[in-house]
Design a protein around this ligand. Structure first.
Ligand code: ADP
Ligand code: MG
Length: 346
């Protein structure tokens, strides 16, 4: 299986409104109390750094410790592919397939990286066999199944058929707990390390993206503290954490939201936006929407083209370039796009 981080335990996981459901589901699976029917497959998705890997590994640790008789396999999608390809080369593909189908719990992390038709089909067989045998399958990914654009349709619909849980961005109380836990953990290695209340408040207010960024903020302050020997101040935190604060989590903006906001703003229907109509009053908003999709999401040009009525990636590229050009020369447009971006990132 893939390597596990011993620090990713339930004890070290901070519960909050944004992750409560995912945590409860993971706990129930770890207790063995989840009914195979209710939870199968369990699919957890979120933008990066919200604790998916942490939760998946926490339940794996717990089961390995408390139910050593259970065969639990934790694999990243990349490891799954690697193992599959390796087994084909050594002509032990059958053995790998058999091994996969006799486990009690299959945990697949970063599902969005499972590429290749043959591998996806093999994955599908495995999941079907496990679920038919009332064994648990848990999957994590950075987006819901419908948005796994390069995934085999059967895999997508299989994954959509179980329990889907999204982990959102942490609220202020959760952010504070994550920071405080991190400070306490850091202090175990750095005796005397502490962070003044005004600095903690500053982080809570400004680093709003993810657990990972909150941890990063504390780690950075600790590093600074260790190097300079200076007590932490608000001014220092403001400079040291500048880039974490500017980060907006691009993965949270959805193409549907862009299409909704743009069609409302320019008063064209979403249907027209996706249509092949070439009227200027439609073409321009469409190009802006494609530009926004490219700059606010991590979707590729072909993916964006598909989501805009099955257009070619060169059409998307053309739109992106055109809008970029116009932004350079048109102050009003620049502001208009800023407003749209702010609406989408709010
Ligand atoms: P993901 O897999 O969703 O990208 P990770 O599980 O890798 O996120 O989490 C990133 C980092 O943030 C890890 O070090 C993890 O321990 C920490 N983290 C995220 N959310 C929480 C949380 N609710 N409680 C404690 N740590 C968290
Ligand atoms: Mg992860």
């Amino acid at each position: 299986s893939s390597p596990l981080d011993p620090r990713y335990t339930f004890e070290n996981f901070v519960e909050g409104a944004s992750n409560r459901l995912a945590l409860a589901a993971a706990r129930q699976v770890a207790d063995g109390s989840a009914s195979g029917v209710k939870f199968n497959p369990l699919y957890i998705h979120s933008s990066v750094g919200q604790g998916k890997t942490h939760l998946l590994q926490a339940l794996t640790h717990r089961l390995k410790a408390e139910h050593p008789e259970m065969r639990v396999l934790y694999l990243t999608a990349e490891h799954f592919m690697y193992r599959f390809v390796q087994s084909l080369q050594t002509q032990s593909a059958l053995a790998f397939k058999e091994a996969l189908r006799t486990i009690d719990l299959l945990v697949i992390d970063d599902m969005q990286f499972l590429h290749g038709k043959q591998i996806q089909q093999e994955f599908c067989h495995t999941v079907n066999t496990l679920i038919d045998g009332a064994r648990q399958v848990i999957v994590a990914a950075d987006r819901p199944p419908v948005e796994l654009e390069t995934m085999d349709e059967r895999v997508r619909s299989r994954l959509s058929g179980g329990l889907l849980i999204e982990i959102g961005a942490p609220d202020a109380a959760t952010r504070r707990s994550i920071i405080e836990r991190r400070i306490a953990l850091t202090a175990q290695h750095m005796p005397g390390f502490s962070v003044p209340d005004d600095v903690i408040d500053f982080i809570v207010r400004n680093v709003t993206t993810s657990g990972r960024d909150l941890e990063g903020a504390v780690t950075r302050l600790a590093g600074h503290n260790q190097l300079t020997g200076l007590t932490l101040s608000l001014t220092m935190a403001e400079t040291t954490l500048k880039d974490l604060i500017r980060v907006t989590d691009t993965r949270r903006v959805k193409i549907e939201d862009i299409q909704r906001v743009v069609s409302k703003h320019y008063n064209v229907s979403k249907q027209d936006l996706l249509s092949s109509r070439r009227t200027r009053s439609i073409v321009w908003p469409r190009q802006i929407a494609m530009y926004l999709a490219k700059s606010l999401t991590l979707r590729s040009l072909p993916e964006i083209g598909r989501r805009f009525g099955g257009r070619d990636h060169t059409t998307v590229l053309h739109a992106v370039r055109k809008v970029e050009e116009m932004i350079g020369s048109d102050e009003a447009l620049t502001q208009e796009i800023e407003v749209l971006k702010r609406m989408l990132e709010a």
